[in-house]
Design a protein around this ligand. Structure first.
Ligand code: ATP
Ligand code: SF4
Ligand code: MG
Length: 342
C-alpha cells in the first residue's frame, strides 16, 4: 500500500446466513483496502469467506444472507448503508466482478455478443450498433481470436480459458474503477492461467483500476499482486505488501502457508498445516487458528486476538504475538501477549 486514499475500503465486514440448520457466520471481521492502480490479492483456504465477502460488497447476496457488521466504502461512500437498488446501481457504475464460475455466470441461451452489448448499453448511452462494435473491440482486447465472428457464439462454444476472457470482457464493459476477480483462473491449466493473469495485469495497469484478485494460489499472489490480505475462518489475519509478507510474515498462518509451498529443486519433505480449517459452525474459542498453530499459548485458547494491529509500519496482523512472529522469534512458552512472565 502506498498510503494514497483507497478506492475501496472494507472494514470489519461480517456476513451470516440464517438457515433452517442455524446461523452460519461465513464472514466474521474482514478488513482490506485497494488503491487505484494496485492489485490486492485475497488469499484463503476454501470456505474462508472470500466469495461471500465479495458478493456482499457487490450487493449480490441472496435473501438468507445478512450483513451484520462493517462498512464497504467506495470513494468514501458506504455501499452497505445504501438501499439495495442504489447499492447495486452504484456498483454497476464503479465496481465489476469476474465470478468464480464463468459458465454459471454467463447466460447459456444468449450469445456472448448479446450479453456484452446489454452490459455496454446498461452503462453507456450508445446505440445497438455502436454497442455491437464495442463488444467486438472488447473481445479483441481480452485476446479472443476472430472476435468479429465469435460474438455470435454461445458460452458453451468457448473453452474454459476463452470463457474466462469473455467474463473479463463483460466486466470491463462496465468501465469499472475496481474489478473484483474471484478465482478467475482456478479451472484453467497453468499456461492458460498465466495468459489470463497477464491479461488482467495489463488491463489493470492500463486503466489504473484497483484490482481485487481472489485466489488460494500463493504463486499467483507472488506473480501479480502488490498487496495481500490473508483470510482465515472468515476474517483477515494478515495484511501487508506482498514482498514484506512473503519475506517475513507477521501471522503464523501465513508463515505456515508459505512453508507448505513446494520449492523447485528442493527434496526436503514439505511441512503441512495439521488439521483442517474450522467450518463456520465449529470455530474454537480464542484464536480460531489455535488448534493448528505451532506457536499457540494458553492465552490463544482463551482470548481471541485483536483484529488487525500494525506490528510494524504497513504490516498488519491479528495474532497475540504478531511482533514476535514478524521478527522471526520463537514465542516463549508461558508468556502473556504483553510478554510478561506469568
Ligand atoms: N447460501 C449459503 N448458505 C449457507 N452457508 C453458505 C452459503 N453460501 C456460502 N456459505 C458458507 O459460507 C462460508 C464461506 O463461503 P465462500 O463461498 O465465501 O468460501 P470461499 O472462501 O469463497 O471458498 P472457495 O475457495 O471454495 O471458493 C462457507 O462455509 C460456505 O459453506
Ligand atoms: S494468536 Fe496464538 S494461536 Fe493464534 S495465530 Fe497467534 S500464536 Fe497462533
Ligand atoms: Mg469462492
Amino acid at each position: 500500500m502506498t498510503g494514497a486514499a483507497p478506492l475501496l475500503e472494507v472494514t470489519d465486514l461480517a456476513v451470516e446466513f440464517r438457515t433452517p440448520g442455524g446461523v452460519v457466520r461465513a464472514v466474521d471481521g474482514l478488513t482490506y483496502q485497494v488503491e487505484a492502480g494496485r492489485t490486492l490479492a485475497i488469499v484463503g483456504e476454501s470456505g474462508s469467506g472470500k466469495s461471500v465477502s465479495s458478493l456482499a460488497v457487490m450487493g449480490l447476496l441472496g435473501p438468507t444472507a445478512h450483513v451484520t457488521r462493517g462498512t464497504a466504502r467506495l470513494n468514501g461512500t458506504d455501499l452497505l448503508a445504501l438501499p439495495p437498488r442504489e447499492h447495486r446501481a452504484r456498483c454497476g457504475q464503479d465496481v465489476a466482478m469476474v465470478f468464480q464460475d464463468a459458465l454459471a455466470a454467463l447466460n447459456p441461451v444468449l450469445t456472448v455478443g448479446f450479453q456484452l452489448t446489454e452490459a455496454l448499453r446498461a452503462r453507456h448511452r450508445i446505440s445497438r450498433g455502436e454497442a455491437r462494435q464495442r463488444a467486438v473491440e472488447l473481445l479483441d482486447l481480452v485476446k479472443v481470436p476472430h472476435a468479429r465472428e465469435r460474438v455470435r457464439d454461445y458460452p458453451h462454444q468457448f473453452s474454459g480459458g476463452m470463457r474466462q476472457r469473455v467474463m473479463i470482457a463483460c466486466a470491463l464493459a462496465l468501465d469499472p474503477k475496481v474489478l473484483i476477480a474471484d478465482e478467475p483462473t482456478t479451472a484453467l491449466d497453468v499456461t492458460v492461467q498465466a495468459q489470463v493473469l497477464r491479461l488482467l495485469a495489463e488491463i489493470q495497469a492500463e486503466r489504473q483500476m484497483g484490482l481485487v484478485l481472489i485466489t488460494h494460489d500463493l504463486g499467483v499472489v507472488a506473480g501479480v499482486a502488490d498487496d495481500v490480505t490473508v483470510m482465515y475462518a472468515g476474517r483477515a489475519v494478515e495484511q501487508a505488501g506482498v514482498l514484506g509478507a512473503f519475506r517475513s510474515p507477521a501471522h503464523p498462518y501465513t508463515r505456515a502457508l508459505l512453508q507448505s509451498v513446494p520449492q523447485l529443486g528442493s527434496r526436503t519433505r514439505l511441512p503441512v498445516i495439521p488439521g483442517r480449517p474450522p467450518g463456520p459452525g465449529d470455530r474454537p474459542a480464542g484464536c480460531p487458528f489455535h488448534p493448528r498453530c505451532a506457536l499457540a499459548q494458553d492465552v490463544c485458547r482463551a482470548d481471541p486476538p485483536p483484529p488487525l494491529v500494525e506490528a510494524a509500519p504497513g504490516r498488519w496482523s491479528a495474532c497475540h504475538f504478531a511482533g514476535d512472529v514478524l521478527r522471526g522469534a520463537a514465542v516463549p512458552a508461558e508468556t502473556t501477549p504483553e510478554g510478561d512472565p506469568r
